[in-house]
Ligand binder design. Structure first.
Ligand SMILES: [Zn+2]
Ligand SMILES: [Zn+2]
Length: 531
């Protein structure tokens, strides 16, 4: 037996400004597969996430809807929790960034980085509105692009993608009041990211062996350009306070408190469960840290988060594995707000089985390249694969006419080897982040079982040789019992039904047998046909 690992799995924190759509779920589901799998292996797992309540997308939405940012954040936090629950995400703690605990812990960590000299003050000119009496962020200013002449927000030109400089924001227009902007000296705190260039380079080289190619490329690109210090404060009234004097009118940049949330959430969960959070986050505990998110979030986790951990100088273990998915398209279109094609995931999971959606998104998801979702493809997976193959195997084995108790039989040794081989192969694929392949290998055991059943012809055996019949049904039920383990990371509902049917204990990752003489009652189909 391998030494027990202490594993953190961090699922990306959804922004509390809109409903989760299927693309979010497709990106996050890998985290749940990893969490369930590692628990089955007997590792200590803490799987955390939460709703990101801060940041300008939320304040902008609040302004538009004439609500407070808190009201907006609370509404979407509740929606996210409901959605993730219906998809059976097994977070140990799903929290949000608006809790007192998170604020307090984040401020403490920020203070440590400042005391260690990795956060420093810098004074520089910034766009200011004399009418609104405030400094403006790039998104709050309208300018005429100096490159192409397009009228655009100052974060990036809509016409030519040019990123305006501070000078370009002089004589812009304040989007709130329409006044002309001026440049004025403003002070902000900066993270000395450049000081961590070497350490992060070395860590990346050592740990990126199983990362997805997009994570390797994106991280290498930033490291090659050379890491640049980044502002960590901004002029907002919604967010985590800065724990230093003379910064009362500023808040932390949202990306800093969001990534530190993985640590604060672990602390909170450990506090509530009498565990030591340092075993998960500090060096020397056989640690393994995964971060699961979409491709637009890679460097926040592979570079910035690691730099923050290093800046505390407290022997933190750095992020080991970046699990970064590509994008999911819907009906061959990119999901976008303007197209309105990002169907809320909660609507789909209310209509279709959570297991079917989960399996489909894992088996056809945006693992290494963008993938496409259509209702027809979901139906093909549900009816063709899950119902016709897996559901049918369970049904025709455990609901055989005239049999109401699992017969005693002898297990076919060849089948046993096939099952054990499947455990190893699925485990290997999951540990290499090949979730699609893992789900394919699991389905191959279903196909193998169906072929075994057809070859043995139990409906003939039952009339001609009852012992042969018993052996066939018993052997197939052993396969089904093990499928409950093997499919647990992908389809927890189906697995839990089988555990009841066959009297099985909690899922693990080793060869198991059904409970002897178990009554075969109330066997329901695992999947419902979609028409
Ligand atoms: Zn103004
Ligand atoms: Zn332009």
């Amino acid at each position: 037996m391998d030494k027990i690992k202490n594993i953190v799995i961090g699922g990306a924190w959804p922004y509390a400004n809109s409903d989760l759509h299927l693309g979010h779920i497709a990106g996050l589901i890998s985290g749940d597969v990893l969490a369930r799998y590692h628990r089955q292996r007997g590792n200590n797992v803490v799987y955390v996430s939460g709703t990101d309540c801060h940041g300008t997308p939320i304040t902008e939405r609040a302004k538009k809807e004439k609500k407070t940012p808190k009201e907006i954040a609370e509404y979407y936090d509740n929606r996210d929790r409901e959605t993730l629950k219906k998809f059976n995400f097994s977070y140990d703690l799903y929290t949000n960034t608006d809790t007192d605990f998170h604020r307090k812990e984040t401020m403490n960590m920020f203070k440590k980085m400042y005391e260690n000299g990795y956060i420093y003050e810098k004074i520089e000119p910034q766009a200011y509105c004399e009418h609104c009496h405030k400094f403006l962020s790039d998104r709050e200013i309208k300018i005429v692009c100096p490159k192409c002449g397009t009228e655009t927000k100052a974060d990036q030109c809509d016409g030519c993608q040019y990123v305006p400089t501070v000078e370009d924001t002089k004589d812009g227009i304040c989007l709130e009041c329409g006044s002309k902007t001026v440049l004025r000296d403003n002070k902000n705190l900066y993270l000395a990211l450049s000081k961590f260039q070497k350490e992060i380079e070395e860590h990346t080289k050592k740990s990126n062996t199983i990362w997805r190619i997009n994570a390797k490329n994106e991280t290498d690109k930033y490291l090659k350009q050379g890491l640049v210090d980044r502002a960590v404060t901004r002029d907002l009234d919604w967010g985590v306070d800065i724990p230093l004097p003379n910064y009362e009118d500023k808040k932390m940049y949202v990306w800093i408190d969001a990534v530190l949330g993985y640590v604060t959430a672990t602390k909170k969960w450990c506090e509530d469960h009498n565990k030591n959070w340092e075993e998960y986050w500090k060096e020397g505990n056989n640690n393994l840290i995964y971060m699961v998110h979409g491709k637009d979030n890679i460097v926040f986790h592979s570079i910035i988060f690691n730099a923050l951990l290093l800046a505390m100088k407290e022997d933190y273990h750095l992020v080991d594995v970046i699990v970064s998915s590509e994008y999911l398209n819907i009906n061959d279109e990119k999901i976008s707000k303007s197209k309105g094609n990002g169907i809320p995931a909660i609507e789909l999971v209310d209509k279709y089985q959570s297991d079917s959606l989960r399996f489909h998104l894992i088996n056809n998801g945006p693992e290494k390249k963008d993938s496409n979702f259509t209702i027809d493809s979901l139906i093909a997976t549900n009816n063709g694969e899950l119902l016709n193959k897996f559901g049918n195997l369970v049904n025709r084995t455990l609901k055989f006419k005239g049999i109401d108790e699992l017969p005693k039989g002898i297990l076919d040794e060849q089948v046993k080897s096939k099952i054990e081989e499947t455990y190893d192969k699925v485990a290997d694929a999951i540990e290499h982040l090949e979730f699609k392949e893992a789900s394919d290998i699991a389905m191959q055991l279903v196909e193998y079982a169906n072929k075994y059943y057809d070859d043995k012809q139990p409906w003939v055996q039952k009339k001609e040789n009852i012992e042969d019949f018993n052996n066939t049904i018993y052997t197939c039920s052993v396969i089904i019992a093990n499928l409950a383990n093997i499919f647990e990371p992908f389809m927890p509902d189906a697995s839990s039904k089988i555990r009841v049917y066959l009297g099985l204990n909690e899922p693990n990752w080793e060869f198991i047998k059904p409970k002897e003489n178990i009554k075969l009652e109330n066997i329901e189909p695992l999947f419902t046909r979609i028409d």
